[in-house]
Design a protein around this ligand. Structure first.
Ligand code: ADP
Ligand code: MG
Length: 240
């Protein structure tokens, strides 16, 4: 579905991503782990062109997307992103937050989009909060709304950048549960996370990044049980 080839990205003199290669297949759940500053967020942001790579290609459904002729809007509509800080619009209700983008894109009548938004809220367990403002919700609830908002675009791939890192520990589980449900429904996902339980149990491919490189990747359970690279070993022993 999406292929990254020889991707490099620098900020000025600082080379943040170095010759990254990966493939995202339909229905796959990929976890990306690694120390802070290793380039995980930049990698995700390059995938949906929030950052422009310096070299390499990103191919989505057979089309190279990081070239001037490509209309990024298609990618932005089909590859959704959920951020660490939920980025909900504070002066809009939960329902309005979810309806905003599909309304702008005229994806249906107001009634249809409202019905769809309520269905998504139900899915993340927050139907009763439709008319609340984000500020009245807990962090975990806000993140679940942000996931519902991303789903309202009917994305083909969802990217998550540390979706639970800003949450109080007792709220992490409710967000992971929603993500696990999505994974079980077959949603294609790339998840940058520090939740090693999720990485091990829910994802079917694991990528370990350090210093801008993919140092090791493969079957999550195998890597957790028997990391081959010394740096992966060191990282895992520091977080487990
Ligand atoms: P991670 O998500 O793994 O913590 P990041 O991708 O956020 O890593 O950052 C990798 C490196 O790139 C860090 O050294 C960071 O300071 C740098 N970096 C990230 N974004 C920018 C930017 N917009 N301008 C300059 N440097 C950046
Ligand atoms: Mg990051």
């Amino acid at each position: 579905m999406l292929t990254v080839k020889n991707l490099s990205k620098s900020f000025g003199e600082l080379e943040v991503l170095k010759d990254i290669n990966m493939e995202i297949k339909e229905g796959e759940v990929i976890s990306v782990i690694g120390p802070s500053g290793s380039g995980k967020s930049t990698f995700l942001r390059c995938i949906n062109l929030l950052e422009t790579p310096n070299s390499g290609t990103i191919t989505y459904e057979g089309q190279v997307v990081n070239e001037p002729a490509y209309d990024k809007r298609k990618l932005h509509q089909e590859v959704g992103m959920v951020f660490q800080k939920f980025n909900l619009f504070p002066h809009k209700t939960v329902l309005e937050n979810i309806m905003l983008a599909p309304t702008k894109l005229k994806r249906g009548t107001k009634e249809e989009l409202k019905a769809q938004a309520l269905e998504l809220l139900d899915k993340v367990g927050l139907k009763s909060k439709a008319d609340e403002f984000p500020g009245n919700l807990s962090g975990g609830q806000q993140q679940r709304v942000a996931i519902a908002r991303a789903l309202a675009m009917k994305p083909r791939v969802l990217l998550f950048d540390e979706p639970t890192s800003a949450l109080d520990p007792e709220l992490v589980g409710e967000v992971l549960k929603v993500m696990q449900d999505l994974a079980e429904e077959g949603m294609t996902m790339v998840v940058v996370t520090h939740e090693m339980g999720f990485a091990r149990e829910v994802s079917n491919h694991l990528i370990f990044m350090e210093g801008g490189y993919i140092v090791e990747e493969g079957d999550p359970k195998e890597i957790f049980a028997n990391p081959k690279n010394a740096r992966t070993k060191k990282f895992l022993s520091s977080v487990l």
